[in-house]
Design a protein around this ligand. Structure first.
Ligand code: ADP
Ligand code: MG
Length: 695
């Protein structure tokens, strides 16, 4: 029997209705697909507990014993059934709240109880346990490790719970035993000491020991990560064969700026990174590079130097920022640094008027403008360049892959792409989400920076914080106060912000305060920002619009209200707004008192370290990769079913190595012996396409 061709409808216990649900809910349509729906955990049914052994609510347990007494409490909808269950030594209560009319309990009959204990009134009880008379125990039912499968509400509504799935999958045991074609070549299976696919599937659904589960998971995770790597690396190789615009010259613009206008010495890391990019630019191949550097590491300057290289080679550069505030700020930094060098810089955002646009378009297509800075407005089709050679995307997580692709199309030979991100990316994510990009890292901050001092206070200590604000402003510093923004209720957020603003105005009548939020008109936002940048206002009250990139070196205190509502990388980004000048800077996290364990951990990590890399790792551990900024948008080529980017780093490294080996002599998988990989990749892509049609 070919399991890959067997329609699930005809598997014992399925039928049309359930098959339909399986297709819709799990994307499962063949027997083999179903075998790739892996258990997410196992329950050890070889062990029998005593009631006195129960010591947590964590695990399922099974106990042999009998019911000594049962009765119904209450009546009607709120009625519940309570039974006292004894194992001969101890007694524990069993309770049922639903469907009690169908329960047929008998006293003094030996039962096997199976369930998860729960604490009520300082005692353990079992809500809705499974009770099977020992006499009726199916000798074939699982006695060892029982798999537990994820199911959805829709599946449950057609009685497809974990147990039902297990029984359906069990009916595939014998056909599976006859073997399924492997999806990895034998050479890889052997070299990396993996199980065959058949063995892995047998062991993941029908394990005898925990080692079986371990080995099966290892193989299935490996395979998943291997195909992601293969797909990414092949894409990268394909692009390497693309011609790129060759930029061999270091000329007038670069040299003039570097010799006469550079405001400070580059850090070693900045120099190294510029060299790496320069090597790409003159290679004749299209660059697709990720520039990673913690907040304040000086990425803007690197971007500008690269733009000058492009200008020296007769090419234009566009620098794309995620917000108008940032685009304005880049415009200011770049144009003031380049004043007097003869490089023409222009700005294009949503606020650029039609008339200004017309002039701009003309200057762009004539090649008069060397560097165009802007927001999304840059990628509109009517923005045409004379010779766009380099696209720099700042704070990439706000831009999707599709938008990146639009930029490629802006020149006959695709322009070089440099993606800059301040969110340090854990290695596993860098290898997957950005696995098709080359990576450069600025791992050094400009000299003289003092580490930011971070504290975590309860919101009730606001007065202490106000005193501190006063002290800092008196010393000539400026202050950020940030309020959280929850998209679902912008009105309420604004109210919070407004209340906060009023409170600060009252507390500090002598100081001037700016306010900035997402609902404001760009011009107003810009005006308020400018007031703060120029030092006219001492306090900036804002929502997270200031999260990325804003640079006001004189601001030395970042106060984050309701810090519990922010994720770690966001907190780190916000903190990165201070500590940019020579003064000691501070970050004050204010939260409610009743924090969850995870939230407390987030605060502790922020207080403990300024190292963006450590924070990113912690974030990945706490939240899982799915939630991290950028992953949804950048996306993986396929979903991960079993492997985890948080915990499977080692398997990922091995899988990447194996994929590299496969592509070594056959970068596009064209040879006969790599057919298995080529076909599998095509198939995986097909599945993904099907999924997106369903959802
Ligand atoms: P980010 O990497 O977060 O975008 P920026 O480019 O905004 O960082 O730089 C942060 C600050 O550091 C800016 O004020 C910038 O002028 C300054 N800076 C950048 N490079 C250097 C350097 N080599 N030496 C001293 N200061 C620098
Ligand atoms: Mg920046």
């Amino acid at each position: 029997m070919n399991l890959a061709l067997q329609d699930i409808t005809y598997i014992k216990g399925v039928g049309t209705k359930r098959a339909d649900t399986l297709r819709k809910e799990l994307g499962v349509s063949t027997a083999l697909d179903l075998l790739h729906h892996y258990p997410y955990k196992y329950i050890d049914r070889s062990r029998f507990y005593k009631i006195s052994d129960i010591d947590s609510e964590e695990a399922y347990v099974q106990i042999k014993g009998e019911i000594i007494e049962f009765h119904t409490i209450g009546a009607g909808k709120t009625a519940r059934l309570s039974a006292m269950f004894s194992d001969g030594q101890g007694v524990v209560e069993l309770v049922w709240f639903r469907n009690i009319q169908y329960l047929k309990l008998e006293t003094h009959v030996p039962y096997l109880l199976f369930g998860k204990p729960s604490v009520f009134d300082h005692r353990y009880n079992f809500p809705h346990p499974e009770l099977t008379p020992l006499a009726k125990l199916n000798p074939l039912s699982v006695q060892g490790l029982m798999p537990v499968y994820n199911t959805t509400d829709k599946m449950k509504s057609v009685r497809l719970d974990s147990k039902a799935l297990y029984s359906i999958i069990s009916s595939l045991h014998d056909p599976l035993k006859q073997g399924v074609p492997d999806t990895l070549g034998m050479d890889i299976v052997q070299r990396y000491h993996l199980l065959s696919l058949t063995d892995a599937l047998l062991k993941i659904h029908f394990p005898k020991t925990t080692e079986d589960i371990q080995r099966a998971r290892e193989r299935l995770k490996f395979e998943e990560l291997f195909y992601i790597q293969l797909s990414l690396l092949r894409q990268m190789k394909r692009r390497e064969q693309n011609c790129g615009i060759t930029m061999p010259k270091v000329g007038h613009f670069f040299n003039t700026f570097y010799r006469q206008f550079l405001p400070f010495t580059l850090t070693g890391a900045q120099k190294r990174v510029v060299k790496e990019i320069q090597a790409d630019l003159k290679s004749g191949r299209q660059m697709n590079r990720l520039l990673q550097g913690d907040v304040g590491s000086g990425k803007t300057l690197v971007a500008m130097l690269c733009a000058l290289l492009a200008a020296d080679n007769g090419c234009q550069t566009c620098i794309m920022a995620p917000t108008e505030i940032l685009a304005n700020q880049h415009m200011q930094t770049v144009s003031s640094m380049l004043a007097g060098t003869g490089v023409n810089v222009a700005l294009l955002t949503g606020s650029t008027t039609k008339k200004q646009r017309e002039i701009l378009h003309a200057r762009l297509s004539s090649g008069d403008i060397h560097i165009l800075i802007g927001t999304h407005a840059l990628i509109e089709d009517n923005v045409q360049f004379a010779n766009l050679g380099l696209c720099i995307i700042d704070e990439q997580h706000r831009f999707g892959v599709a938008q990146r692709a639009k930029l490629w199309a802006k020149n006959i030979t695709p322009p070089h792409i440099l993606v800059m991100t301040a969110t340090p990316i854990p290695r596993t994510l860098a290898m997957t989400v950005y696995g098709d990009l080359s990576v450069s890292i600025i791992d050094e901050l400009p000299p003289g920076r003092k580490p930011i001092h971070t504290v975590h206070y309860s919101l009730q200590r606001r007065q202490t914080v106000y005193q501190f604000i006063d002290q800092q402003i008196s010393a000539g510093r400026q202050i950020y106060v940030v309020y959280p923004l929850i998209k679902e209720n912008e009105k309420l957020d604004l109210k919070d912000l407004q209340t906060g603003f009023n409170e600060l105005c009252e507390a500090f009548p002598r100081y001037r305060i700016s306010m900035v939020h997402g609902q404001m008109k760009a011009a107003d936002k810009d005006y308020q920002m400018q007031r703060f940048v120029s030092g006219e206002t001492q306090i900036l009250v804002a929502t997270t619009v200031i999260e990325v990139g804003v640079n006001v070196p004189n601001a030395s205190v970042m106060i984050i209200m309701n810090a519990e509502r922010f994720g770690l990388s966001q907190l780190h980004q916000l903190r990165g707004r201070v500590g940019r000048g020579a003064e000691q800077s501070y970050c004050i996290l204010l939260t409610r008192n009743d924090l969850t364990k995870d939230t407390r951990k987030r605060m502790d990590i922020m207080v403990a370290t300024n190292d963006g890399f450590r924070i990113a790792e912690a974030d990945l551990q706490l939240r899982g990769p799915g939630d991290l900024d950028g992953t949804q948008q950048s996306g993986l080529p396929f979903d991960l079913k079993i492997a985890s980017l948080a915990t499977d780093g080692i398997i990922l490294e091995t899988a990447r190595k194996a994929a590299t080996e496969v592509l070594q002599d056959d970068p596009l998988l064209e040879s006969e012996w790599n057919k298995i990989y080529r076909q599998r990749l095509d198939m995986l892509r097909m599945t993904v396409a099907n999924w997106s049609e369903i959802s």
